[in-house]
Design a protein. Structure first.
Length: 236
């Protein structure tokens, strides 16, 4: 173990909350409880801001794989602090293959992406076709976060609808994406639901999540309920 890794680990254990650890383990069933320290996210983000201002940040980002869940989350939050797009993408490509849970994946929101949306959309295409569960999930999450408002293009709906996966955490993110698309781009997203372009589970989950949203009108919810299905996906 390097000195930097040892120092970071000591700081993480100093922030440990055993009750919170038990709570996290219930929320993240894919995480080995033995690898969860139990550090609250605000404390991890504060630590990331502190470390990002030191030479230790670059050194820590080179240490892969990590042993602890919180080390992975700290790694994710340090990537968020990188100021240059190319460096951020390189750090993500090195890190994403080691991400093994939805929490680390979904909390990672690089700030620099907002200034590089044209380049990012091409990178997202690589991520969603990677075949790695949490790399695909991360790519769909980036599409959902950055391209369903003023930068929307209907082609993004097709990109996500064409993903084929047996992985729960991929299909759940696809469902969230389409539920959000229905809330923000209803007319464009609706045909993908009407023509059942998603697998049955994801189709029904997207409808469920959309119906639960306060951004969907009561009239739209009534219609969406009629679109739940037991049949398999069709092509659009």
């Amino acid at each position: 173990m390097s000195n930097i890794e040892r120092a970071i680990r000591e700081k993480l254990f100093a922030l440990q909350d055993a009750k919170y650890r038990d709570f996290q383990c219930r929320l993240i069933p894919t995480a080995d409880p033995a690898t969860v320290i139990g550090v609250r996210t605000p404390d991890l983000r504060r630590l990331a801001r502190e470390v990002s201002k030191t030479p230790d940040a670059a050194a820590f980002l080179k240490i892969l794989p990590h042993k602890y869940f919180e080390e992975n989350n700290l790694h994710a939050f340090l990537i968020e602090q990188i100021k240059y797009y190319g460096q951020t993408v390189a750090a993500l490509d090195a890190f994403l293959p080691y991400v093994d849970n939805w929490a680390t994946c979904d909390q990672m929101q690089p700030k620099v992406f907002k200034k590089h949306l044209p380049e990012l959309q091409e990178k997202i295409k690589e991520w969603v076709s990677s075949g790695h569960t949490y790399t695909v999930r991360f790519g769909v999450n980036m599409l959902m976060g950055h391209y369903l408002d003023e930068h929307f293009d209907p082609a993004y709906l097709r990109l996500v609808a064409d993903i084929r996966s047996e992985e729960y955490y991929v299909n759940m993110m696809i469902a969230w994406f389409f539920a959000t698309a229905l809330a923000k781009q209803y007319e464009a997203a609706l045909p993908f639901i009407e023509r059942r372009c998603l697998d049955t589970w994801t189709h029904n989950k997207a409808i469920q999540k959309a119906i639960e949203s306060c951004r969907i009108s009561d009239e739209q919810k009534v219609y969406l309920r009629t679109l739940k299905t037991k049949t398999e996906r069709k092509q659009l």
